[in-house]
Each structure stands twice: as structure tokens, then as C-alpha cells.
Write a protein that binds this ligand. Structure first.
Ligand SMILES: Nc1ncnc2c1ncn2[C@@H]1O[C@H](COP(=O)(O)OP(=O)(O)OP(=O)(O)O)[C@@H](O)[C@H]1O
Length: 467
């Protein structure tokens, strides 16, 4: 990454993009001829189009190293904005300044030549991004490995599925050491394991100091990944600030009844994100009923989805300990990767010691697709009956049993074995995304977010309007 760049990576000033919308195809021709004719004949020229602002007078600056999320309803101008930042579209007015090598993952279809093979497109794309042929050759294997599309790399991209297309496009974008990475929703096309791999890589790119501009409809992803968020609506920037309040305002807007949306929009602009005080509900408005026990989860006949795979990655590996045979099982020992909410499950792995280790511990954690650590456990400070040191040649069997508290979705395990060092720890072997599992959909779900805390709501009407 270049270090001699100005502090701001992106600077937009008064940027607008207008489109002329013609109701009928012949209006376009009329617009070319009629105004001139009318002028010649001394008549006032008239317009045969309406002027539509896809983006209207947008200003913002993204500092180097910032991760900024853009959120907004469909058609709010997010993609148009990104395309202007990437130089694919010219603004109708205003200025766009970009400092650094920009790699973009825009909507499907942009960037690749359909008749070229994947390999040819990698070289073409990398050249557009400023890499020499030698530099691309040196990176080609890691690009192909990341894309993981097998022999399709030598087929024309017009034969690709949308998932394969995104895999290759993403593999190129993140392997060119961009100063600025622009991602437009494209990730949602890949499967969960690939999305997880991409988010892990985005995190790495972010840690290396690159600037990231990210368009997403997912409020959770924006809050998790971004330092700042921008709310776009109707082509204008409504709000720019801390991700959480910005996302809350987006959700207010998107979930509001269409009649209220205009008022909410105005409130957001005038209050700049601070929601107006809602009157406190009367105490009797919401009653909490005693919690009901989770029903016993039945084991399914097909508890394994073979297509649900993770891409394990050694985060730390000293060679002293080797973790192997990581599996997720029911209490009865049946391997699973599809589980019910509340189901008892056992994460199991084995660890072979190649050297003597004292103060040894085993640990696990569960992460979301975007990489947020939800919870974990470690044998570091507890469990006096467990072995706490190992000799070369020892093999441990490690089990973490728990009731799955997660809401439906795909999650990933990280597993580790290490040595406790005072308050800290050193990992001898730590595998990120060692295993993936899916919590199955449940139609009667009350919980929102990632964890079901067993909340039982009960709402009762305490007054009925006379109307
Ligand atoms: N070439 C074009 N000609 C006319 N209108 C266009 C053109 N491209 C985009 N628009 C319009 O500009 C507006 C903004 O589009 P844009 O794709 O930027 O929105 P978006 O926020 O990315 O939407 P989504 O979330 O659905 O991807 C939309 O109303 C769209 O119909």
C-alpha cells in the first residue's frame, strides 16, 4: 500500500448525477430536433424529458484507514455514488477526488469481459488496477486458490454462475493490495462459507490500513464492520455518523408506513440522527409472562448439509500442538451441521502434542459470517480435574457441550490450544473457521439478533379507542 498519500482517501463535494428520463423512445429524437426548430421559428423551446437526480449534492470525506458503510433503501443512489467514486460514471456536477489504488467489487456484470476466460479476466482486471503482468503472475495462484472455482478458471466467464463470478471478482479485488476497497453488496451472492472467507479477508485488509467503502442493506454488517455510516435516501445524504444511530434511523425509515416516511425523513434531517423522544409507555402496557421451557429439539433425519463447508485457516501455529478431527456432534455422538435452536450440541476436537507444554488450555469461540465473536469458552482458569500439562506424544480429546442459544443462520467455530501466561495466553494452534453449522429456521421465532435469550413478550390492550 502506498504511504505517501494524502490523509483523505475519498473526497466528494457537491456531487450530483442526473439522468434525463424520456417517457417514450420517440421523445429522445424529438428532444434532439424540436428545440432547435422551435428556436429557429422564434418559439420557446420545450423539454421532452424529465430530469431525475439519482444522486443529489452529496458531500463527504473518507479518511485513510476508515471503514465507511453506506446504507439506504432501494434506489437511494448508493450504487450510483460508488460508480462515480470508482470512475465508472462521471458526475453531472461536483467533484470526486480519490487518492490511492482503488479496487472495486460492484454489481455483477461490471468489470469482466464475458467472452474472456477467468484467467484472462484476472490479468485484464489486474492490469486495469495497475499491476504489471509479472506482479499478476506472482499472485495468480493465490487469486485462483481464493476463488476456488476449479477448471472453470479456463472457461469463458459467460458460462459462470453468479456465485462463481463473484468468487473470481472478489479474489482479484482483494489480492491487488488496494489502498481503497469498494464493495457493493456483491458478497451476498456467494454462499455463507465464501462470505465468511471474504469478511475475514476484508478484516485483514482493514487491519493493514486500507480504506473500505461498503454498501449493504444489512444493518448488522454495517454496525460490525464500519467506523462510520452514511444514510442515503432519494439520492441525498440524510445522515453521516456513528454506525449504530445511523442504522437505527435507516430501520425507522425502512419499516415506517409509507404515509409516515416523509415525516421521518424530515425528522432525520433536522435532528441529525437523534430520534425524537418517544413517550414512555404506561407501566401496564407490557406484561412479561413467566418463561416457558424450550421444547425438546427433535433430531432430524438428515442432520448434515454436505454443501455447508468452512474454509479453515491457521491463525497461529507454533508446531508444538496440532489440532485435528474437529467435529460437531449431538450428545449421542451423531455428527451434525444442521441444528435446532436450543439443541444440545458438542464441539469436539483432538490435540496432539509434539513437545512438553505446561499450563495448557483448550478454547473455542463462535463467530458470525461477518466475523463478530458471539461467545466462547476456555479451560484456562477452571476445571482442576482436567490435564493442565502435556508431554510430547500426548493426545487430548476436547469436548465443549452447550445448548445452542443462537437464532437461525450460519455460524463458524474457532478452536485453539495454548499455554496460559499469567493474565495472557499464547496459542500453539488456533484454527479460525474450523467448522461451520447452520441453526435451522423456526417460524415462531420471537428473538431478534443472534442470541435467543428466551424472552417471552406479552402485549395487552389496556384501553380501546372510541372510534
Ligand atoms: N442509467 C440510468 N438511467 C436512469 N435512471 C437510473 C440509471 N441508473 C440508475 N438510475 C436510477 O437512479 C436511482 C438510484 O439508483 P442506484 O442503483 O444508485 O440505487 P441503489 O441505492 O444502489 O439501489 P439498490 O439498493 O436497489 O441497489 C434509482 O431510482 C435508479 O432507477
Amino acid at each position: 500500500m502506498s504511504s505517501d498519500l494524502p490523509d483523505h482517501a475519498i473526497h466528494l463535494q457537491g456531487v450530483s448525477k442526473h439522468y434525463l428520463i424520456y417517457k417514450r423512445p420517440e421523445d429522445r429524437l424529438k428532444q434532439m430536433i424540436m428545440p432547435k426548430l422551435r428556436r429557429v421559428t422564434g418559439m420557446k423551446p420545450r423539454k421532452y424529458f424529465t430530469d431525475f437526480a439519482a444522486v443529489h449534492d452529496v458531500d463527504f470525506t473518507v479518511e485513510r484507514g476508515e471503514t465507511v458503510g453506506i446504507i439506504g433503501r432501494n434506489g437511494s443512489g448508493k450504487s450510483t455514488l460508488l460508480q462515480m467514486i470508482c470512475g465508472i460514471l462521471q458526475p453531472s456536477s461536483g467533484s470526486v477526488e480519490v487518492n490511492g489504488r482503488i479496487a472495486a467489487l460492484l454489481e455483477l456484470g461490471a468489470g469482466f469481459n464475458a467472452d474472456f476466460t477467468g484467467r484472462e479476466n484476472v490479468f485484464l482486471n489486474a492490469a486495469i488496477l495497475g499491476l504489471t503482468r509479472e506482479e499478476t503472475e506472482a499472485r495468480f495462484d493465490s487469486i485462483a486458490r481464493f476463488a476456488d472455482i476449479g477448471i472453470f478458471i479456463d472457461q469463458p466467464v459467460k458460462t459462470y454462475s453468479s456465485g462463481m463470478y463473484v468468487r473470481l471478482a472478489f479474489a482479484v479485488a482483494i489480492n491487488v493490495d488496494p489502498d481503497i476497497l469498494v464493495v457493493d453488496e456483491a458478497l451476498s451472492v456467494g454462499d455463507e462459507a465464501f462470505q465468511r472467507k471474504c469478511f475475514a479477508r476484508i478484516e485483514q485488509i482493514r487491519e493493514s490500513g486500507a480504506t473500505i467503502l461498503f454498501v449493504s442493506h444489512s444493518a448488522q454488517t454495517i454496525v460490525q464492520l464500519c467506523d462510520r455510516a452514511i444514510l442515503m435516501d432519494g439520492g441525498s445524504k440524510l445522515l453521516d455518523g456513528e454506525p449504530k444511530p445511523v442504522v437505527q434511523q435507516y430501520q425507522r425509515l425502512v419499516n415506517a408506513d409509507p404515509v409516515r416516511q416523509k415525516t421521518i425523513r424530515e425528522e432525520i434531517i433536522t435532528c441529525q440522527g437523534v430520534p425524537p423522544e418517544e413517550p414512555a409507555p404506561p407501566a401496564a402496557d407490557v406484561k412479561i409472562a413467566p418463561s416457558e421451557a424450550e421444547p425438546e429439539a427433535e433430531e432430524r433425519a438428515d442432520p448434515i448439509d454436505p454443501s455447508l463447508v468452512a474454509h479453515p485457516k491457521d491463525i497461529e501455529n507454533t508446531g508444538i500442538v496440532e489440532i485435528f478431527d474437529v467435529s460437531l456432534e449431538t450428545e449421542q455422538g451423531t455428527p451434525v451441521n444442521l441444528v435446532e435452536m436450543g439443541q444440545r450440541m458438542v464441539l469436539r476436537f483432538q490435540a496432539r502434542f509434539n513437545d512438553k507444554v505446561d499450563n495448557t488450555f483448550a478454547a473455542m469461540a463462535i463467530r458470525t459470517i461477518a466475523g463478530l465473536k458471539l461467545f466462547g469458552a476456555s479451560t484456562r482458569l477452571v476445571l482442576p480435574d482436567h490435564p493442565s500439562s502435556a508431554d510430547a506424544g500426548d493426545v487430548w480429546d476436547v469436548r465443549f457441550s452447550f445448548n445452542c442459544p443462537l437464532t437461525p443462520g450460519v455460524y463458524f467455530f474457532t478452536v485453539a490450544v495454548g499455554k496460559a501466561l499469567g493474565a495472557g495466553a499464547e496459542h500453539h494452534h488456533r484454527i479460525q473457521d474450523a467448522l461451520a453449522f447452520r441453526v435451522k429456521f423456526r417460524p415462531d421465532l420471537v428473538a431478534t439478533g443472534f442470541v435467543d435469550a428466551g424472552i417471552t413478550p406479552l402485549v395487552s390492550r389496556i384501553e380501546r379507542s372510541a372510534a
